[in-house]
Ligand binder design. Structure first.
Ligand SMILES: Nc1ncnc2c1ncn2[C@@H]1O[C@H](COP(=O)(O)OP(=O)(O)OP(=O)(O)O)[C@@H](O)[C@H]1O
Ligand SMILES: [Mg+2]
Length: 239
């Protein structure tokens, strides 16, 4: 195990059937870090997360999680190792209640006391979900559904959480609530790799970020570095 390195993605190439999307992608996330992956629509951000989470086989390159190679391992194996993934599409069970959806997220956890305390944490992070714990997920608002998806991702107590665009489609208030929850998680020691379009807010929030364009990492640096980078300013901040 490398000291403090939680995720190491090295020279990864990946894509779909005839279409290669990722080219020589390298990035890493260290223990306790909050790292963002930014870039325009279609750049390959979701593809990167799906490849890390085991939903796509890399064509080349290496991925390791806490020193163990996981490239090409199936998603359920990767998830059991403690790598959580909250996808863009959420994949909630609409006919199940909030609480039942959370319980599904804890399927792999044997310790009942741990499940109860994690659920308490989720309700603390998202009081809205506590109010609506017996409501069917299919009747939640878009923002509440995002919160539930993140909450469900937390139920397995992952030590690394990949989150894909939690603010997509949310009004500013709900976006703030979601970012606050991510901040709170980070303060609790959860290591996070976040994909976001909200570049300004994200760069103020994270320790470091990578910029992915057309499937290649074109920039990396601290939030501060990137906020003052001319390319970031022109392409993402409208400065
Ligand atoms: N299942 C798929 N089959 C074929 N091509 C796909 C598939 N999923 C994504 N792609 C293509 O791969 C490229 C990268 O897509 P990806 O979803 O990774 O981008 P993204 O950076 O997450 O974009 P967005 O910000 O719009 O979510 C796009 O050109 C997309 O059309
Ligand atoms: Mg995406």
């Amino acid at each position: 195990m490398t000291n403090g390195r939680v995720l190491d993605v090295a020279h990864v190439e990946a894509g779909y059937d005839l279409l290669q999307v990722l080219w020589d992608v390298s990035l890493h996330v260290d223990e306790g870090e909050f790292v963002a992956l930014l870039g325009p629509n279609g750049a390959g951000k979701t593809t990167t997360l799906r490849t890390i989470a085991g939903f796509l086989q890399p064509l080349d390159g290496d991925i390791s999680f806490r020193g163990t190679p996981i490239g090409g391992r199936p998603a359920h194996t990767v998830s059991r190792m403690g790598l959580g993934y909250v996808s863009e599409s959420l994949n909630l069970f609409p006919a199940m209640t909030v609480r039942e959806n959370l319980q599904v997220g804890a399927n792999s956890v044997r310790n009942k006391a741990q499940v109860a305390s994690t659920m308490e944490l989720v309700f603390q992070l998202f009081p809205r979900l506590l109010e609506r714990r017996d409501q069917l997920a299919g009747t939640l608002s878009g923002g509440e559904r995002k919160m539930l998806a993140i909450g469900r991702g937390l139920m397995a107590s992952p030590s690394l959480l990949l989150v894909d665009e939690p603010s997509l489609g949310l009004a500013p208030m709900a976006t703030v609530a979601t970012f606050d929850a991510l901040k709170a998680l980070r303060e609790r020691g959860v290591t996070i790799l976040l994909v976001e379009q909200n570049v300004n807010t994200t760069l103020h929030l994270v320790d470091r970020a990578y910029v992915l364009e057309q499937g290649r990492i074109v920039l990396e640096g601290t939030g501060e570095d990137l906020l003052s980078n001319p390319h970031v300013q022109a392409a993402y901040l409208g400065i």
